[in-house]
Design a protein around this ligand. Structure first.
Ligand SMILES: [Fe+2]
Length: 289
């Protein structure tokens, strides 16, 4: 998500944006997008929430390989006033939050190679655009992302960024939502990953707990493997209400409270699934490598 560098790299503007240079993509790069798109599009009905699936349709992300940001921005602007801007990679926290607070989503423009379809450490254009942008067509989620950007700038000033980043991680990246039809995924890190789509929803290993902002802010996360615990929001409105709250009193309560272990279920929590943790105990991805 973020970089520790303080100056934009050569060729980037002061706000770290660059041109997407859509005509510069090769046929092979467009083909990687199409392969990934078709795989996920076949997997997601009945697993992703309706807002995501409707956004995917509205933006027509299947047309012509890697989407031209200028084209999808016309539709995104019309729907929720958001736009996608290209950045050279990770950007500093304050740059990231400034973009979000102004309804601009910073996206990488490079795409993974054909031999990296399932796992990538840095977010590429497939993760950023396929994973994040469909939800930005939903008015409630669009407002949530803007509120998160504004909250991010406050958290930097209050020294609470580590806590707020967990909110982003367990909702915008790896969130699940309760719907009348059952649990659905909406987090970008899940919907853009074939393996985590299945794991997050259907595997018996992880815990699935009702979302609670204070609890989430005390929970570290895995950046290199599937999560041991997923948090379930009641609705997009429920998530927005949480993000719009004044986090000041919450940060005060957190004080110096210790982090919670990744797999713990605390007394009084609403448990949707008590996970076996078999996957993590077997060593996770490292054991499979
Ligand atoms: Fe992401």
């Amino acid at each position: 998500m973020t970089s520790t560098a303080s100056q934009p790299p050569a060729g980037a503007r002061a706000d770290w944006t660059i041109d997407q240079d859509w005509t510069g993509y090769s046929h092979a790069e467009h083909q990687v997008w199409t392969t990934l798109y078709e795989r996920q599009a076949a997997l997601l009905p009945g697993r992703a929430c309706d807002a995501f699936l409707q956004g995917l349709d509205a933006l027509d992300l299947h047309r012509g390989g890697i989407p031209d940001f200028a084209r999808i921005n016309e539709e995104l602007q019309r729907l929720t006033g958001w736009s996608v801007v290209a950045v050279p990679g990770l950007v500093p926290d304050e740059v990231f939050f400034e973009h979000l607070a102004n309804r601009r989503f910073p996206a990488g423009r490079f795409i993974r190679q054909a031999n990296q379809l399932d796992y990538l450490q840095e977010p590429d254009v497939f993760h950023d655009v396929f994973g994040h942008v469909p939800m930005l067509t939903d008015p409630l989620f669009a407002e949530n992302m803007q509120a998160y950007g504004a909250g991010g700038m406050r958290a930097v000033n209050l020294g609470r960024l580590a806590n707020l980043a967990r909110l982003y991680w367990y909702t915008i990246e790896f969130g699940l939502v309760q719907t009348p039809q059952g649990l659905r995924i909406y987090g970008a890190g899940i919907v853009s990953s074939r393996t985590e789509t299945i794991f997050a929803l259907e595997d018996p290993s992880p815990n699935r707990l009702a979302f609670d902002a204070e609890r989430v802010m005390r929970t570290p996360y895995r950046i290199d493997d599937f999560q041991q615990t997923y948090f379930v929001i009641p609705s997009m409105q429920g998530l927005l209400d949480e993000t719009l709250q004044d986090f000041g009193p919450l940060y005060e309560r957190l004080g110096d409270l210790p982090d919670l272990p990744l797999d713990v279920i605390a007394p009084g929590e609403t448990v949707l699934t008590r996970g076996t943790q078999d996957y993590a105990m077997a060593g996770g991805r490292l054991a499979l490598a």
